[in-house]
Design a protein around this ligand. Structure first.
Ligand code: PEP
Ligand code: MN
Length: 730
């Protein structure tokens, strides 16, 4: 930076004012007046406006940057992934892990599983290896890209892999979410141009002997040729250290991140070359400002075909993830990452599906047995309802691809209607591509009602009850000590005057029922407070029962869908128009809502929930205003569609039929839910997915075409039954 002073300026005092700001300057030789000061390169970074405000400064001139595109890069970036929801780079620390080289299908699959279970979203691994010696392992080449892609898809990970030569750029870019340029190729400008042209995000390793300027200029090459974003990765430079492979330049990380405002990655593996220093170096890189940490890990480092000494052990990767504040992914019963992605599941036989779920999710022996036989024991059935004469079966299916609030869930569904499961799975897959569903649920607060008739002075009576609020709450809680001990209990009351003439007054009791559906709990509460209430205000006690419109037990769900996943802009427009239609017409809204409940009810039945309560609540909520309205709305966005929905959902994960029915226990094991609120969010997601799928079909080819395909399948199996019966008769 050059600072030109005014003719009258006292250059010494200007220089010392600049020094006060951390700017060290020297006067350019030969420029007597006006004095021109050059700022030394190791000075602090100060905005020109601040400098120009100093008395005696006429003008501040910036040197023209050699890398303007790099300078303009934002410090955050949304990285879309081929297998998995988009990733916000710069929002917390991103840990990338994987082997130095992709060695075999099994090795990369095993490594991907451990990388995913540690909570990482990106898998690294080289198909082409730049080795110092031509006698060392050079990588498995093109076939390794296929192995890497399969492992990434199976475990829902993004891929970082190196393009070593222009010859294979297309193949590498086809599987990579981030193309790596290795340290040795940082200044291979022809390669940079070819990789830039693929339009992929690039991770640019710093060359061992490169200055920061050379590194940034290499990034400029990539951006000029079309790369949407360049991640600068520090991986150690040549230094005086003999016990480490390279000298990790943490200062440059701090400079790039804190001064130049870049998103920076650190690779301590190639920096250290030895596994015992990787954890501290990774943390120092992160502390200096790196928001991406790239490490090598191997399930059996001793067997690694390259860079074994620096490969982290699996437990070291988990420790590193923990230290970087990355939450481990949900794990299945077998310790493997829990996933809801099972490509081509529908093409497998029923037995293969059971086996796939059992081995991937580590299902218990009890659940595996149940899946094989299905059904319900006559004794259990006899205790569930009255006048039981037999049992009655329906198919148990799983809807796949669901990701809700960053977690996968296999969604069990029991429904007699074809296409509900397939439709929900398809929609969940589209939504998954843009990050999955996001949602939350209020506390599980149920509403109980106590009816009082013939109350005299009904407004005064209502006021009396309001004043006795604390007493009523205390009375309510006396009735449910176990719920109170679990952190639930009555939290509020409300009084409503429904009819002055007849003195009809209703007391509402709001009870947090935790993970229960709560009908029994609130009925108990209502019955327990009714006598005291009647004593205080007179009249006669009527009903004491829950309301199926629990307005304080709401769930909200939303999602975004890219139009490319939806099947184009026309379909996105069509769905938004369908939403508006439903918003204006109760005749359409009822069908719209039925499409939502297709998904919700199917999950409810599988999980032993009271689906009539859900239906009652949903429709009452839809009709709360002056018109019956759709529970969900869909709006066009720049990139596709945004859907959102809110509804009451009274469901539980404890009590009710959850424990009694073995199918419900199996379904609960499949879905892996932590409590009623999480289940409510997931059920809402199943509803919104079903809704999206139905609207997409209606806005596109129409509902009949898909239906007919599935009906044809059913007809085929019916024909099969007839045939067998005939054969049996013959
Ligand atoms: C690598 O990451 O596999 C690699 C070869 O790194 P570098 O280019 O930094 O040596
Ligand atoms: Mn390596």
């Amino acid at each position: 930076m050059i600072i030109v002073l005014t003719a009258q300026a006292d250059s010494k005092s200007v220089a010392s004012a600049l020094q006060g700001l951390g700017l060290w300057t020297r006067a350019l030789v030969g420029a007597a007046t006006p004095v021109i000061l050059e700022v030394e390169s190791h000075s602090a970074s100060v905005s020109p406006a601040v400098i120009e405000a100093i008395e005696g400064v006429a003008e501040v001139r910036q040197r023209k940057s050699a890398h303007p595109r790099v300078d303009r890069q934002a410090p955050t970036f949304t990285l879309t992934l081929r297998h998995g929801p988009a990733l916000e780079l710069g929002d917390g620390t991103t840990l990338v892990a994987g082997p130095c080289a992709v060695e075999s299908p099994d090795q990369i699959d095993e490594t991907a599983a451990l990388v995913a279970s540690a909570g990482c979203r990106l898998l690294r691994g080289g198909a082409f290896k730049p080795r110092t010696s031509p006698y060392s392992f050079q990588g498995e080449g093109l076939q390794a890209l296929d192995w890497l892609d399969a492992a990434a898809e199976k475990h829902g990970l993004g891929v970082v892999t190196e393009a070593m030569s222009e010859l294979h750029v297309t193949e590498v870019a086809a599987v990579a979410d981030i193309v790596q340029i290795g340290s040795r190729n940082m200044q291979n400008y022809a390669l940079l141009a070819a990789v830039g042209r693929t339009g992929k995000v690039v991770l640019l390793k710093r060359a061992r002997g490169a200055s920061v300027e050379e590194w940034l200029s290499a990034g400029e090459h990539l951006l000029v040729h079309g790369a949407p974003y360049v991640i600068f990765c520090e991986r150690g430079i040549a230094g005086a250290n003999t016990e480490l492979r390279n000298d990790l330049d943490v200062g440059s990380i701090a400079l790039l991140h804190h001064i130049h405002g870049h998103f920076v990655a650190v690779d301590p593996s190639h920096g250290a070359g030895r596994r015992d220093l990787i954890l501290p170096l990774a943390q120092s890189g992160a502390a200096a400002g790196a928001q991406m940490v790239l490490v090598e890990v191997h399930p059996q480092p001793a067997e690694a075909r390259s860079d074994g000494p620096q490969a982290l052990l699996p437990e070291q990767l988990r420790e590193l993830a923990k230290r970087l504040g990355i939450a481990p992914a949900a794990v299945a019963g077998n310790g493997q990452p829990y996933t809801s992605r099972f490509p081509e599941f529908y093409k497998k036989s029923m037995e293969q599906r059971q086996q796939t779920l059992a081995s991937t999710l580590g299902l218990s022996a009890e659940t595996q047995r149940y899946l094989q036989t299905g059904g319900l024991d006559m004794d259990v059935a006899d205790h569930m309802t009255e006048n039981v004469i037999s049992t009655f079966a329906l198919p148990l299916s799983v809807a796949l691809n669901f990701r809700v609030n960053g977690r996968d869930h296999v969604v069990p569904m029991v429904v007699e209607e074809p296409s509900v499961v397939a439709a929900a799975s398809n929609a969940a897959r589209m939504v998954r591509a843009t990050g999955g569903f996001r949602g939350d649920a209020t506390a599980s607060v149920m509403t109980a009602q106590v009816q009082l008739d013939g109350v005299l002075g009904v407004d005064g009576a209502a006021e009396t009850l309001r004043q006795r609020r604390d007493e009523i709450i205390a009375l309510a809680n006396q009735a449910i000590p176990r719920m109170v001990a679990r952190g639930g209990g009555c939290v509020d009351v409300d009084v409503r005057v429904l009819d002055r003439d007849s003195g009809l007054l209703v007391l509402h009791l709001y009870v947090d029922v935790g993970d229960a559906m709560g009908a029994n709990v609130v009925d108990t509460v209502a019955e327990n407070v009714a006598p005291a209430v009647q004593r205080w205000v007179g009249g006669s006690v009527g009903l004491r029962i829950l309301s199926n419109l629990p307005l304080r037990r709401l769930v909200h769900i939303e999602c975004d869908v890219g139009e490319e996943f939806l099947g184009g802009a026309d379909l996105a427009d069509g769905i938004a128009r369908a939403s508006r239609f439903a918003e204006m017409d109760p005749f359409r809204a009822s069908t719209h809502n039925k499409g939502i409940l297709n998904g919700i009810d199917a999950v409810a039945v599988a999980l032993g929930q009271d689906w009539r309560a859900i239906e009652a609540g949903a429709h009452a909520y839809a009709g709360l205003g002056s018109d019956y309205r759709p529970l969900s709305v869909w709006r066009r966005t720049e990139t596709g569609l945004h859907g959102s929905m809110e509804l009451p959902l009274a469901i539980g994960t404890v009590g009710g039929s959850t424990q009694a029915h073995p199918g419900v226990r199996a379904a609960m094991e499949l879905v892996r839910i932590d409590g009623a609120r999480q289940l409510a969010v997931l059920m809402a997601a199943a509803g919104l997915a079903s809704n999206l799928a139905a609207l997409r079909a209606l806005a596109g080819e129409g509902i009949q075409q898909g239906h007919m395909r599935l009906h044809a399948r059913k007809a085929e199996s019916a024909a099969h039954v007839v045939l067998t019966v005939h054969k049996g008769a013959a």
